[in-house]
Design a protein around this ligand. Structure first.
Ligand code: MG
Length: 160
């Protein structure tokens, strides 16, 4: 059996006025933010699910149910930290991660260095082992109309 395992995560959150947009633990200048029980950091949630999936540990809904008041408005970086601990308890550590954010607006590339700096110590990887990319959906569908933002992530883990 291989010592490495790959996991995949995807998440969606709706954009609403009066919320702060947080992606990869970084506040983004925009006139809307993502709606959710936590800070709704869709990128970090996709990363969490990729890590949990790789370790065969289910998904973030299982570990941090949105019916639990303890997770209200919580920073998703805190959730990621706990996920990395769960993965470590299962005997694995992250090798690398690659992510795509699908957002019609705003332009996200200028924030990638800050996102990598924020995620790096928590996922315990150097910034250049965290791939971040952004695309629009070419104005197609709900994401293209700016109704929300989605993120996808793959993560490789190996036996510690
Ligand atoms: Mg989510």
């Amino acid at each position: 059996m291989s010592n490495s395992r790959v996991g995949f995560g995807i998440d969606f959150h709706r954009l609403e006025e009066g919320r702060t947009l947080v992606l990869g633990g970084v506040k983004i200048q925009y006139d809307m933010g993502l709606l959710g029980h936590s800070d709704a950091d869709v990128l970090t949630h996709a990363l969490c699910d990729a890590l949990l999936g790789a370790a065969g540990l289910g998904d973030i809904g299982v570990h941090f149910p949105d019916s639990d008041p303890r997770y209200r408005e919580i920073s998703s970086l805190e959730l990621l930290k706990r996920v990395v601990e769960l993965v470590a308890n299962a005997g694995y550590h992250p090798v690398n991660a690659d992510c795509v954010i699908i957002a019609q607006e705003p332009k996200l590339a200028p924030y990638f260095p800050a996102m990598k700096e924020a995620l790096s110590p928590i996922i315990e990887l150097p910034p250049d082992y965290i791939g971040l990319k952004a695309t629009t959906s070419e104005k197609m569908g709900p994401l293209g109309r700016g109704e929300g933002i989605s993120a996808l992530s793959v993560c490789l883990i190996e036996k510690a």
